[in-house]
Design a protein around this ligand. Sequence first.
Ligand code: GLA
Length: 335
Amino acid sequence: MGAALDAQTVSGENPAAEALVREQYNHISPENLLKWTEVHPSPGTYRFTLPDAFVEFGEANDMQLYGHVLVWHQQTPEWVFQDDAGDPITADALWERLEDHISQVAGRYGGRIKYWDVVNEALRDDGALRDSPWRTILGDDYVAEIFALADKLLPDSLLVYNDYSLVVPAKRASAIELILDMRERGIRVDAVGMQGHYNLRYPQPSDVDAALTEFAAAGIDVLFTELDLSVLPSEWEIQGADLDDTEEYAERLDPYRTCLPQEMSDTIAAHWRGLFEVFIKQADNIEAITFWGVSDAQSWLNNWPIEGRTNYPLLFNRDLSAKTALEAVIDTAKP
Ligand code: GLA
């Protein structure tokens, strides 16, 4: 069971969260610390203070380490794809940059980081290959070629293809095809990462169950890499011409600013219970489950897709006390 850690937690500035992580988890992921913009912000500049602290924290506490992320279309600086004049670079030049990046960043830790997200979000929601500078410059087979490179450079880490919405059948089918095609060509892909940014409406536990069954049938191990559960309404759910831009509209969008009603807390606990019943049932095919943050206070879902709301997506409250949901989760794991 894992949590994604932020800069404050790994650098000792949030001792209470750090203690909770030690007590509750044995697997950690660096929320933003190893993304390209953070670790390699300009050509030749690497910043390892926080990643090193992340790795040392995990090792000091006997935790399994997850590396996130080597290739993604977001949080990657524009210079990566450009020459000095700002024009797109050639495929050869981009391969050289990527090989340098993977060697410096992931190579620094070797097998100490057990898993790496090698490619994140290469597929669109309809299952087609996403357009991105990686694809434009390297060509349509870039995912397979990047995994082959990662295998060469990271022989002691497990290589993961990570994406969201893999509960959606069309997208999942493409992910399975992508992974099996690589394996048929002798390219190592060790597991799939299901991000798991869920909400109370979708997916239902049965959708997650179906996804896990299909991955198991295809022989693909699963990690839940970024699990959280948004409990807030989306804009389209409360839209009404008469309400737009009024205080009532703002309140409906952000209904639990001051507290979470008991009834809502029970609904959330029941949803987590349903998900964990599935996880327990499918445990043989799940290598790790990582929550995307430690407490609700730190979650990105307070600011996305709308800024400044009060969301309750994790198992620990803002004051680090356990939610009712935690009991429900633990309950599912009892024999
Ligand atoms: C994606 C990325 C994560 C994170 C979330 C939002 O899922 O993989 O690193 O940025 O979006 O926080």
